[in-house]
Write a protein that binds this ligand. Sequence first.
Ligand code: SF4
Length: 451
Amino acid sequence: MIEGKIIDFQSVLEKVGKFNIRNKILVIPEMNRTGSHLLAAAFRSFGINAKVMETFKGLDLGKEYTSGKECYPCQITTGDILYFLELEKRRLKERFDPRKYVYFMPESNGPCRFGMYNKYQRIVLDSFRDFRNIRIATLSTADGYSLDGLIEKDKVKDLRKVSYWAIVSGDILDRLLWRIRPYEKEEGMADEFIEEAMHKMEDVFERYGKEKNLDKIMDKLEEVILEGREIIDPSIPPKPKIGIVGEIYVRSHVHANQHIIKMLEKYGAECVNASISEWVNYTTYDRLRDAKIGFRLNLKQWRLGKAKEYIKEIMHYRAELFYQEMIQEKIYKKARSILDIAEDHRIGHLEEILKEEDIYSFDAGTEACLSIPSIIHYTREGFNGVVNVYPFTCMPSTITSSIIRPIVADMKIPYLDAPYDSSIQPGREAAIRTFMYQAYQHFKRNGKPSS
Ligand code: SF4
């Protein structure tokens, strides 16, 4: 329980938006550990005092100040920010000033509830006298997560580029961990190594981010992968390969998903989880798609002025997507020349799969249009099983499950739905063990896919 609660809500829009974060403390929630820390380091290289909040320790607060109807990631992040601020208040006593902090909580438009987290959290923060003056900085999918307004105009492009490198580098470290941990020489080596590697990468991002020295960053990444490769015990035979899709927060947050990857590994899997850059690329791809639709509609109606505006948007988002995919390919190519970590897919390819199969459309949006074709992609690649990880009652993941179940049954590929809230499900481990038994049978019949 936090003291000083008052019932006096301010407008949810008043302190949620694009605010200048210069000279503030930018507090970032930890979703996947590596990506969040590298992103904070990228911000720090531009002189922004960014820090990642401890996560999951405030879950009780998150539950206390939500009704239980909110999505699980909303409960966790609400708890994270309350816990963080309460600790800061106790640490700094009368020097605590909420105006010094900006809480970073992106949003997405569309039919699901992610667009409401920051509004809801605004109401919660407003209800505490000591926290009502903290601002919430938000990035939106509506403009492809543009950083306009957060820092000086002339630095926006560079910060966006380096933030993207940080996200891709975080993905690579995650993939390195999932590639080496099932084959590690001694238990615990891989986790320990990746934690150290993350800090080394943070340092390199802080030092070379601002000067956009991608070569230095890639050199360090190369060094890390070379070192990580040594953790593999070559005498351990290949294991069934499991693809993971689902809701981005819970599938990436190891506490929220109760360490599902480790649990799958315990029963003999080598896993590949969907990446974080997948979502960033998807938002850019989707804006490009919308701009193309807007252009066609306005051209049909002979509204040339509007059509011209859409041409500008098309060019902008096409250039951004091209850049993102080019950088992603460059970093993956370097990493894969050292170790066969899993490649990432292109969003355009996922849309093609959906069109071929005619089972869902990008017009409907949400993560379902990534998860459904990713599952089909995994099965075509020869993966030995697929797991869909998501918050209990998550709308896009429930859609994914309902559409994909008959398809994976036809394709004879083991499939598991893994919904999570904060409760411990007694049958979860048994379900994973059974799933892994099926995956192992698939592996015996078909072998493991090449990476
Ligand atoms: S994706 Fe799922 S968990 Fe996330 S906001 Fe939407 S419904 Fe909630």
